[in-house]
Design a protein around this ligand. Structure first.
Ligand code: 5RP
Length: 219
């Protein structure tokens, strides 16, 4: 199976986690696009979605799925999203699609985070994938210097402005041995909007697409 077929497999498998009669939190990315397309087939079973990006909102609406603002909702039973890396504890790196801030906001509303990913995303240790960090433009150099002090090399993602109007850094060479501590530390730096380490908002479950089918990891 190709990587895209594995993404489609887990996108369909995630339908089982949609709670009938309840809103569903929807992430962003190519794996989630498969999930949204599958969701269209059961749209009469739930009232709508809370979306994590303009791109997902547009795709949901095209399928006729109502989209609600995060501010209208107090709690979601489940948030379903992809990842750039996930480790064996459910800690993730996210933001490859530049939607990390809204993803963390919607994930924070949810009781469960269901990660959907092809098997290439499962890693023993986070950090091979460049860490996305959304930063307010005037702080870019300052934040890049802080990353250099940790051994990382930050570059501005060319031609990308986030849905929130900010700059995105991709940081290579970091050793993310303690995802919870590193997330907490980077979150304190002035100018950082969101760091793409999802440790406090780690996955509860991961549906991993493999050549043998869907493998379910419970954390
Ligand atoms: C977007 C994300 C995505 O979930 C992540 O980049 C994975 O994307 P894909 O499903 O296309 O591999 O964090 O900001």
């Amino acid at each position: 199976m190709t990587q895209d077929e594995l993404k489609a497999l887990v996108g369909r498998a995630a339908l089982e986690h949609v709670v009938p009669g309840q809103l569903v939190g929807v992430g962003t990315g190519s794996t989630v696009n498969h999930f949204i397309d599958a969701l269209a087939g059961i749209k009469d079973r739930f009232p709508g979605a809370v979306s994590s990006s303009a791109a997902s909102t547009e795709r949901l609406r095209r399928h006729g799925i109502p989209v609600f603002e995060a501010g209208e909702v107090q709690r979601l039973p489940v948030y379903i999203d992809g990842a750039d890396e996930i480790d064996h504890r459910g800690f993730m790196v996210k933001g490859g699609g530049a939607a990390l801030t809204r993803e963390k906001i919607v994930a924070d509303l949810a009781q469960r985070f269901v990660c959907i990913a092809d098997e290439s995303k499962l890693v023993d240790r986070l950090g091979r994938y460049p860490l996305p960090v959304e930063v307010i433009a005037m702080a870019v150099s300052q934040v890049a210097r802080r990353f250099a002090a940790l051994g990382g090399s930050a570059t501005v993602r060319a031609d990308v402005i986030t849905d929130n109007g900010h700059t995105l850094l991709d940081v290579r060479g970091l050793d993310i041995a303690d995802p919870l501590a590193m997330e907490a530390e980077i979150n304190q730096w002035p100018g950082v909007v969101t760091v793409g380490i999802f440790a406090r908002h780690r996955a509860s479950v991961c549906l991993l697409g493999t050549a043998l089918g869907v493998r379910t990891l419970v954390f």
